[in-house]
Design a binder for this molecule. Structure first.
Ligand code: PRP
Ligand code: URA
Length: 210
């Protein structure tokens, strides 16, 4: 597997994913667990953020310390389901900026249809983390990252709960510079483009629609 693909195998992440997969999880539980999973995965995905040295005056002396350098991070959830991950990641990085990309999959063709985008300024100077619980064919993630790159972003990561081999291959081929973090690499896509075993329709389960 490419070194740009990280399967987050932390026990807490794997435990939350198992809870998410359960078809009997309520909307309330599903929504909360997506958020918690995203927070834990964000910890992994921010492990390599650049630091700079600073001197901090403690009550007792000067501590040579490290703080995150550069412009604040930007999170970009893909609507709808990616917004379910936002609370969790903002708990860890409350100062982050947030962009949005609205994309849905056409049910017949499975191709992504973009309907909205809005990004923070100076994306070229920010680390961008794109959020979507599901990487199925990869079409939505590829299209979202195309738009983000058009705005100048140079440092992009993608974070999802479940990935299908087809989506992982498509995304890493289209955007080899983008590091992908997922909690699980599942078996396959079924004939209507759902991840097997996956967790069903993430947007519907987060928002209680169907
Ligand atoms: C889901 C999911 C991803 C996309 C993944 O969104 O949240 O965005 O499908 O599929 P892909 O990798 O084949 O593109 P959906 O189209 O159901 O839209 P929604 O979140 O608005 O329900
Ligand atoms: N989108 C989802 O929400 N679930 C899948 O399994 C595939 C795409």
């Amino acid at each position: 597997m490419s070194e740009n693909i990280v399967i987050c195998d932390h026990p807490l992440i794997q435990h939350k994913l198992a809870l998410l997969r359960d078809k009997n999880a309520t909307t309330k539980d599903f929504r909360q667990i997506v958020s918690e999973l995203a927070m834990l995965m964000c910890y992994e995905a921010t492990r390599d953020l650049p630091l700079k040295d600073v001197d901090v005056e403690t009550p007792v002396g000067i501590a040579r310390s490290k703080v995150i350098s550069g412009k604040t991070l930007a999170f970009v959830p893909i609507l709808r389901a990616g917004t379910g991950m936002l609370d969790g990641v903002l708990t860890l990085v409350p100062s982050a900026k947030v962009g949005h990309v609205g994309i849905y999959r056409d049910h017949e063709t499975l191709r992504p249809v973009e309907y909205y985008s809005k990004f923070p300024e100076e994306l070229d100077q920010r680390d961008v983390i794109v959020l979507d619980p599901m990487l199925a064919t990869g079409g939505s993630a590829i299209e979202a990252i195309n738009l983000i790159k058009e705005k100048g972003a140079k440092s992009i990561k993608f974070m999802c709960a479940c990935a299908a081999p087809e989506g992982l291959h498509a995304l890493s081929s289209a955007h080899p510079d983008v590091k992908i973090y997922c909690a699980a690499l599942d078996e396959k896509l079924n004939d209507v483009g759902y991840i097997v075993p996956g967790l069903g329709d993430a947007g519907d389960r987060i928002f209680g629609t169907k």
